[in-house]
Design a protein around this ligand. Structure first.
Ligand code: ZN
Length: 463
């Protein structure tokens, strides 16, 4: 007798690049059997000829236990989120892990240590100033404690911490590399200075040996710079450097209006005016800004998220020409349980990726697309029991209808940012049915993925 069975589906195996008509049986949170046999099971999900995929892994998220954000991600078919990106870590990992272990969460969570948080804990509160040698020592000690407690790597948000110098970058990255953990980097600039900023992190990999994951390519290079950026990354990988990358499905990004991103000169750099900025919530919710409202928000509501409508969306599919370009939503950044979504990416990224790349533009085969959301991020993050449905692996499963898959969330001046996608039929997390027909039926099945001893794959293995 099995706990749960997903019957009559087409099982996607991104590791062996195979599609097989089969039933998937789970017991005690693990995949127990994949076969055409009919077995008894306490709970049955009928996939009815639809695709049965390993649960999607979001390699770039900011969920950190926020219920509403976790639910929106799960509604996209995501069963594991890699949190703590862009330098934004947590103050107390053991405390967070204990709290999540106790309460459970809708999806599994992986936590990265955040360099911005470490530098604040080490006493450097000025984002424009470098850390002193003594502060770097403190931050480095804290990083080791966090990695031992179970964080899965290190993240930098260099654009938010312009004062970060080479000493800080290299010292902390060397520590992550010594632990065999990747370093994810939101690079120092976007637009054309972004290419120099990209070279900075490729050199980082060269001189520290760290596995560098370049974050959200569409946000950094989707302004006419994508082709050059991809060439730089690909040359580095061909040379043997351990560099890989992820991208979302938008070039219009959202971030706190008080952050360094909106410092003087930003509009000139972006070649846009104030009305390219739209607010998802707060005093000017749903509105485009002008100089007066922009200055009001910068001064009085610096923590509010603003979305900049910008970029060349046609460059997004180009990003996925790199076979190791993974999918990351960037969801949850400044969202909260009260705000819900603050960008359509929070509710749309994964279905949008499948619809645009596989169904509409036919740029990727289904198996290739699924591998960017399953086996590749699992290997990069050292999640050895995830990313592929094989006996003994974690029973994280997403059932979707390729013909029906569609994202419905839009920007705040257009409608709802949290509109649920179509085509995600069922989601199973650790062997428990979590979503069926868009209804959440369990929001505590997800676990924290501690990974002190897991092996993270080098980017060369993805070729
Ligand atoms: Zn970022």
């Amino acid at each position: 007798m099995y706990d749960i069975a997903v019957m009559n589906g087409i099982v996607i195996d991104p590791k062996n690049r195979r599609l097989t008509a089969a039933n998937v049986y789970c017991r005690d949170g693990k995949i127990a059997e994949i076969s055409r046999e009919i077995r008894e099971s306490a709970k049955v999900i009928n996939a009815g000829g639809r695709y049965v995929s390993p649960g999607f892994i979001d390699i770039h998220a900011h969920i950190e236990g926020k219920k509403r954000c976790g639910a929106l991600l799960c509604q996209q078919g995501v069963t594991t989120a890699v949190n703590g990106n862009c330098g934004n870590g947590l103050d107390d990992y053991p405390g967070f892990f204990r709290a999540m272990d106790k309460s459970g969460f809708i999806i599994n969570q992986v936590e990265l240590s955040g360099a911005s948080t470490l530098r604040q804990k080490a006493g450097q509160l000025d984002r424009y100033a470098p850390m002193t040698a003594a502060q770097i020592d403190i931050a480095n000690g804290l990083l080791q404690e966090e990695l031992q407690a179970g964080t899965a790597g290190l993240s930098f948000g260099l654009e938010y911490m312009p004062g970060t110098d080479r000493e800080e970058l290299y010292t902390l990255s060397r520590t992550a590399a010594r632990y065999g953990k990747p370093v994810t980097v939101h690079i120092r600039c976007d637009l054309s200075p972004g290419l120099d900023a990209l070279v900075e992190v490729i050199e980082l990999s060269r001189f520290t040996g760290a596995g560098v994951q370049v974050s959200h390519a569409a946000y950094q290079f989707g302004f006419g710079m994508m082709r050059q950026a991809l060439d730089i990354i690909d040359n580095a990988v061909s040379e043997g450097l351990d560099v890989s990358c992820d991208s979302g499905m938008y070039t219009s990004f959202g971030t706190r209006i008080g952050s360094a991103v909106f410092d003087d000169g930003c509009l000139e750099n972006w070649h846009c005016s104030y009305d390219a900025i739209v607010m998802p919530a707060g005093k000017y919710a749903g509105q485009r800004l002008d100089r007066e409202s922009f200055e009001d928000l910068r001064k009085n509501f610096p923590h509010d998220t603003a979305i900049v409508l910008i970029g060349a969306p046609a460059e997004i599919p180009m990003a996925f020409e790199l076979p190791y370009m993974m999918v990351g939503s960037d969801a949850g950044g400044d969202a909260s349980d009260t705000l819900g979504a603050v960008h359509p990416q929070d509710a749309a990224t994964f279905p949008r990726f499948i619809r645009q790349m596989v169904v509409e533009q036919k740029k990727l085969t289904l198996i290739d697309a699924v591998s960017r959301m399953t086996i590749l991020p699992a290997q990069r993050m050292g999640l050895s029991k995830k990313g592929c449905l094989s006996p003994g692996n974690d029973a994280d499963i997403t059932v979707f209808d390729l013909a029906a898959i569609r994202d419905n969330a839009v920007f705040p001046h257009q409608g709802r940012m949290d509109a649920l996608p179509d085509g995600i039929c069922a989601v199973v997390v650790n062997g428990k049915a979590v979503i069926e027909d868009k209804r959440i039926i369990n929001d505590t099945a997800g676990k924290i993925c501690y990974s002190p001893n897991n092996t993270c794959y080098r980017s060369s293995s993805f070729l």
